[in-house]
Design a protein around this ligand. Structure first.
Ligand SMILES: [Zn+2]
Length: 440
């Protein structure tokens, strides 16, 4: 009940939410019509991502959507009227988090076909993709780039209980340079098309940061270098100056927003790290110096090492430009090798997949790639739970099965620390203590 009251006010801080939740619950109790919604979840095992160990015979008590106690069965008990969710034979993990999604994009919207896609098409696709993503076990995502603030609308609709989906942190439109990865480069000058987030000076960028904040963005996404799927640019080329990146990071941080930078090229990656940007997305051509800089600054790397397989196998069929496929062939393998180097060097890693380039719902396929290229299964799972929450500044809410955080859990049959591909087909998903999927 209290959740419904506070969920309709999406921008409250956690303390305000808790206070309001308490007030509304108290008011309702006074009338004698309500009580706390209490759920006890039990299973055979629990992956504790904070301690890095497995708990046997776990019990998780969730009250009004948040975890009130975690322990072993018998030690943690629930009141007689609590709901129980018994998952014998299953292993619990925290709900998964994808730090790089495009929920309002479809993998078929490529090249010149994309010019026929309307804002309404994008918004409706977002509704479908949100459900698919939640059912895949991703109970939270960061959406990094959506036209016309379609991601803000989707986040609000999910928070208000209008449509099912993961908890979302959203950037709104992408910020970038004229002719860069985040501009509209398909049509000739006659058509006058310019990307919504395009600016070409530090002050122009400051204005764009304030603009996305004004219309509901939680964070800023900026294109520091060229990209694979954009026309006429090179992934290796830096597209924003150090001054522009500095201005973006400074203004965003002053407004309480994190910054994610799309950066494939070596120089652009370093400029973004120097600027104090929080997460480097792709990081394909990062070199040893870049890895050291990221470690020193505490910058997170979100390397999307699954989607290379999809782009090379399916890209031509789904209308990606021939130049895009050529760029992917040059960069895909190198990115994986650099991922292995970054892992070995101990860089801080998050789980960023670029969902929307490949079909939504396949987000879990990157776990196996991360293990193949040097992570332990626990490290890969931490990238998509504990680390992701830390990088977003939401460790008080998500990223672990721990007291105070939302009751967001998934469960699999078997040991995900022995076989991480179990996370590609998750049978049980719980969000805020509600079982949203049970296909045991
Ligand atoms: Zn992306």
């Amino acid at each position: 009940m209290s959740n419904r009251v506070t969920a309709s006010i999406p921008h409250l801080g956690p303390l305000a939410r808790r206070l309001l939740a308490g007030l509304s619950l108290g008011a309702l109790l006074a009338t004698g019509t309500a009580q706390a919604d209490t759920v006890l979840v039990t299973a055979d095992h629990l992956v504790d991502v904070l301690a890095g160990k497995v708990v046997d015979r776990p019990a998780v008590l969730i009250v009004d959507g948040r975890i009130a106690a975690v322990g072993t069965q018998g030690a943690v008990t629930a009141p007689a009227d609590a709901r129980t969710v018994a998952l014998p034979g299953l292993t619990l993990l925290p709900g998964l988090i994808d730090m790089h999604t495009h929920m309002t994009s479809q993998p078929t919207w490529n090249g010149y076909e994309s010019l026929g896609v309307t804002t309404a098409d994008k918004a409706i696709a977002g509704v479908a993709n949100a459900k698919v993503t939640l059912m895949a076990g991703f109970t939270a995502v960061r959406n990094v780039g959506a036209d016309a603030f379609t991601d803000v609308a989707l986040r609000n609709a999910i928070d208000n209980g209008l449509v099912p989906g993961p908890r979302m942190k959203v950037s709104g439109p992408l910020l970038g340079a004229t002719g860069g990865h985040c501009d509209e480069n398909l049509l000739p000058a006659d058509y006058g098309r310019v990307g919504e987030g395009v600016a070409d000076s530090p002050w122009g960028m400051v204005q764009k940061v304030r603009w996305v904040k004004k219309f509901g963005a939680d964070l800023v996404k900026v294109c520091a270098t060229g990209g694979v799927l954009s026309k006429g640019d090179s992934p290796g080329a830096q597209q924003l100056s150090q001054e522009e990146l500095d201005a973006i990071a400074k203004e965003a941080h002053a407004l309480g927003m994190k910054v994610a930078a799309h950066a494939h090229g070596t120089d652009g990656i370093k400029a973004a790290i120097r600027a104090g940007i929080d997460t480097i997305e792709h990081a394909s051509l990062i070199d040893d110096e870049g890895i050291e800089m990221a470690k020193k600054r505490g910058t997170w790397l979100g390397m999307d090492i699954y989607n290379d397989d999809y782009i090379l196998a399916e890209g031509a069929k789904v209308g990606m430009l021939p130049e895009s496929l050529e760029k992917e062939r040059k960069i895909g393998r190198v990115q994986r090798e650099n991922f292995a180097k970054a892992v070995k060097a101990g860089a801080k890693m998050i789980y960023s997949t670029d969902a929307g380039v490949y079909p939504h719902g396949d987000n879990g396929r990157q776990f196996a790639k991360m293990v193949q290229w040097g992570m332990t299964p626990l490290e890969a799972i931490r990238a998509a739970t504990r680390n992701a929450a830390e990088a977003m500044g939401t460790a008080q809410d998500i990223g672990a099965v721990a007291v105070g955080r939302y009751g967001d859990l998934v469960a699999v049959k078997g040991d995900p620390l022995a076989d991480v591909t179990l996370l590609e087909h998750i049978p049980v998903v719980i969000k805020g203590g509600e079982v949203v999927k049970d296909q045991r």
